[in-house]
Design a protein around this ligand. Structure first.
Ligand code: KIV
Ligand code: ZN
Length: 502
């Protein structure tokens, strides 16, 4: 059985999903869970992108043991220096450098010649090699590159010391049989290929990322780059859970180290922290992946699950025989459920989460997993409360003008604000906007119920932007939807302040 290395890029390409902006603590939380999932490589980020990104990658390199920790760098010394600075304390560091090799990119984006790109690729690998023995080189837009040129670049970078050569389908253009053929031909034509591993990195623009990655594996690729829940630029990357489960369920003859029973937890954690909701019919981890609607199907599954279920839910860690949590549940049961959902909170945060859980249990009879996730997902965001909501009063109804009174505290000082609006939320938002002295735009607001029932938690999501167009997302839950809306707005504003301060 050939080994296939799982290279997880949720924290790099996945973070390039529009609207996703993970902070240092969230990235570490996900990286720790990826280590439990036993991925071979974690691409922790792109350190040159910002000081915050650098710190987040460094934090992962210093604290996460087990997988190789990779950092991305363009094929220029400045990027490579920064990548190395961030990952040098990792147990097993890897520098991942890239440059585009397709004529479209070379001419239109880089405004260079093929010879210049070749030289830059080789110099970058040599430069990275001075720091680190494990160097991956990616030929961006490989699929649309001239085949002979691609072979020439790969051969040269392997001579320069690259240990992994990555073949990205950057724009998700390939068809499975073409992509498999490309990998096979690369193996046959690159003379020194025995000195490096072939990796693939498929985007999902045509919905073929998983199929293309599998086709590459059966044609000799030994590393696949993928993300949890298929996150990533545009339509995303190959979804790890799909790839791994396909290999396991169809018993393909490849050895992969993933602990599949950690998949469900990881998927939930990533969805909660990124705020990207998993589509209900998503393969493997979608809410409907194990739901049977039609009577005929339900009958079959009751007789024997194998009639309509090709994946055993236990295999991906979907917990069985759940105890229903409610106001009589103790901390131990609560903590256990949190762990099943992928959260391992430090003692003080656990205490706080348990307090909130008890508060909710007083208002709501049965507490579901979704309620628990909603309660704790904001908690590990660790956003300082520059502005704190200390008082909120809203008058609203038929025949009266909605009016909000808000009191915020900033460094112990009280700020009072009163506004009217086109509804209670509008009035509250106007009052908050007047009270805080921060230039920003409200980009998006949504309110949804976490579960069913009139006592359900309402979850508010607010997106704001600063003058430079940076996006900040705030989320909050409460059985009082006005309170959830106000808290979410303040969280987004506090994130903006934190960003400006760091
Ligand atoms: O899609 C792509 O080409 C990439 C590279 C940087 C590997 O993400
Ligand atoms: Zn990519």
């Amino acid at each position: 059985m050939g080994k296939v290395y799982i290279f997880d890029t949720t924290l790099r390409d996945g973070e390039q999903t529009p609207g996703v902006n993970l902070n240092k603590e969230e990235k570490l939380e996900i990286a720790k869970q990826l280590a439990k999932l036993n991925v071979d490589i974690i691409e922790a980020g792109f350190p040159i992108a910002s000081p915050g990104e650098f710190e987040a990658v460094k934090n992962i390199a210093e604290n996460v043991k087990g997988p190789i920790i990779a950092a991305l760098a363009r094929a220029i010394p400045l990027d490579i220096d920064r990548a190395w600075e961030a990952i040098k304390y990792a147990e097993s560091p890897r520098i991942h450098t890239f440059i585009a090799t397709s004529d479209i990119h070379i001419e239109k984006k880089l405004k260079k010649t093929r010879d210049e790109v070749l030289e830059q690729a080789v110099s970058a690998v040599r430069y990275a090699k001075r720091y680190c023995s494990d160097v991956e080189f990616s030929a961006e837009d490989a699929v649309r590159s001239d085949f002979n040129f691609l072979c020439k670049v790969f051969e040269a970078v392997i001579d320069a010391g690259a240990t992994v050569i990555n073949v990205p389908d950057t724009v998700g253009y390939a068809l499975p049989w073409e992509f498999g053929e490309l990998i096979k031909k690369l193996k046959e034509n690159i003379k020194n290929i025995d000195k490096a591993i072939i990796s693939v990195h498929c985007h999902n623009d045509l919905g073929l990322a998983t199929a293309n990655s599998l086709s590459a594996i059966i044609n000799g690729a030994e590393q696949v780059e993928c993300t949890i829940n298929g996150l990533g630029e545009r339509a995303g990357n190959a979804a790890m859970e799909e790839l791994v489960v396909a290999i396991k369920v169809r018993r393909l003859p490849y050895e992969i180290g993933i602990r599949t029973e950690e998949i469900y937890k990881t998927s939930k954690l990533v969805s909660n922290l990124t705020g990207v909701i998993i589509q209900p019919n998503k393969a493997v981890v979608g809410e409907n992946a194990f739901a049977h609607e039609s009577g005929i199907h339900q009958h079959g599954v009751i007789q024997d699950p194998s009639t309509y279920e090709i994946i055993d839910p236990k295999m991906i860690g979907i917990p069985e025989n759940r105890i229903v949590l409610g106001k009589h549940s103790g901390k131990h049961a609560f903590e256990k459920r949190l762990q099943e959902l992928g959260y391992s909170l430090p003692p003080e945060q656990l205490e706080e989460a348990f307090r909130k859980f008890k508060e909710l249990a007083d208002k709501k009879k049965e507490i579901t997993d979704k309620d628990i996730e909603a309660l704790v997902s904001n908690q590990i965001r660790l956003i300082p409360e520059y502005y704190k909501l200390t008082h909120l009063q809203v008058v609203s109804g038929i025949g009266i003008v909605p009016t909000a009174t808000v009191i915020l505290s900033e460094d112990g000082e009280e700020i009072k604000s009163v506004e009217i609006g086109n509804g209670p939320v509008d009035a509250v938002y106007k009052a908050i906007a007047k009270a805080v002295k921060i230039t920003h735009n409200l980009e998006d607001f949504s309110l949804k119920s976490v579960t069913g029932g009139t006592d359900a938690l309402g979850e508010a999501m607010v997106k704001i932007s600063d003058k430079e167009g940076n996006i900040f997302v705030g989320r909050a839950t409460s059985t009082d939807v006005i309170e959830a809306s106000a808290t979410a707005y303040l969280r987004a504003l506090n994130q903006l302040i934190m960003f400006k301060k760091t």
